[in-house]
Design a protein around this ligand. Structure first.
Ligand code: Z5A
Length: 223
């Protein structure tokens, strides 16, 4: 067995990092910070795969369209919304994420399973144990290796999202929907030793700094 020390890029191979948070928390922006950090670790760009949920495959993107669209005279039922999130996630995990990890790549996900527990569980009020069962059916024990949760006051996040244009079907929910969603995110992160919270209400520079500190710590913990 070789005793040679692994490089950062070798340690990061096969890892799935996820960014979670409410709309306007700065997830898309944070992904550029992670990309810069990975470049500092000499991770070749061709070994990095970026995903977003719901979406990321041809069929999963169609499910994303359904989740976001307004249909006159027909409401998307909460349970249907939940099942679409998992249907899209199965497509993405089986077609993109698992094959990339098997090839030794690193995957950076814009949202994953915690979003379903937070939005459909916290926001919509579907039982969390029931969602856990659906997750087991859909994905088994597959999970993120490291989760960065960007915590933001929903009013601030939504005003940032509003600045970008019209709000979609989910974004138009009342503020207490997002308060419940945020509370579930916070409790999930608290009980997950592989997840950390970043204060996303800070300036972009401080958010980037906080993300890099957490990524450095995590990298140092990897064998
Ligand atoms: N959803 C669900 O219900 N269940 C699930 O299981 C999953 C998803 C997976 C996906 O929407 C929707 O699906 C989402 C949850 C639901 N719906 N809602 N509501 P999406 O992918 O279209 O949107 P999003 O994921 O919510 O992302 P976003 O709105 O694009 O936000 P973001 O990526 O977190 O933020 P951003 O684009 O990086 O930044 C937003 C703006 O703020 C932008 O102008 C930035 O320049 C600015 N910004 C960023 N950082 C800062 C700081 N630090 N200070 C000031 N301004 C900043």
């Amino acid at each position: 067995m070789s005793l040679a020390k692994k490089s950062a890029a070798q340690k990061l191979a096969n890892k799935f990092i996820v960014i979670e948070g409410l709309e306007g928390a700065g997830k898309s922006t944070a992904i550029t910070y992670i990309a810069n950090w990975l470049a500092l670790q000499n991770m070749p760009a061709e070994n990095i795969v970026y995903t977003r949920e719901p979406g990321g495959t041809e069929l999963a993107e169609k499910m994303r369209d359904i989740v976001k669209m307004d249909v006159q005279g027909e409401t998307l039922q909460d349970k249907a919304e939940l099942l679409l999130m998992y249907a899209a996630r199965v497509q993405l995990v089986e077609h993109i994420i698992k094959p990339a990890l098997t090839q030794g790549k690193i995957v950076i996900g814009d949202r994953h399973n915690y979003s379903s527990l937070a939005y459909q569980g916290g926001g919509r009020g579907i039982s969390l144990p029931l969602i856990h069962n659906i997750k087991q059916l859909a994905l088994g024990d597959f999970k993120a290796d490291f989760t960065l949760y960007l915590d933001i006051d929903p009013a601030i996040g939504l005003s940032r999202a509003r600045g970008r244009g019209e709000l979609d079907r989910i974004e138009r929910q009342a503020l207490d929907f997002f308060d419940r969603t945020r509370n579930v995110f916070i409790s999930l992160v608290k009980s997950d030793e592989h997840a950390v919270t970043i204060d996303a209400g800070q300036t972009p520079e401080l958010v980037e700094q906080a993300i890099c500190v957490q990524l450095d710590k995590w990298l140092a913990s990897l064998a």
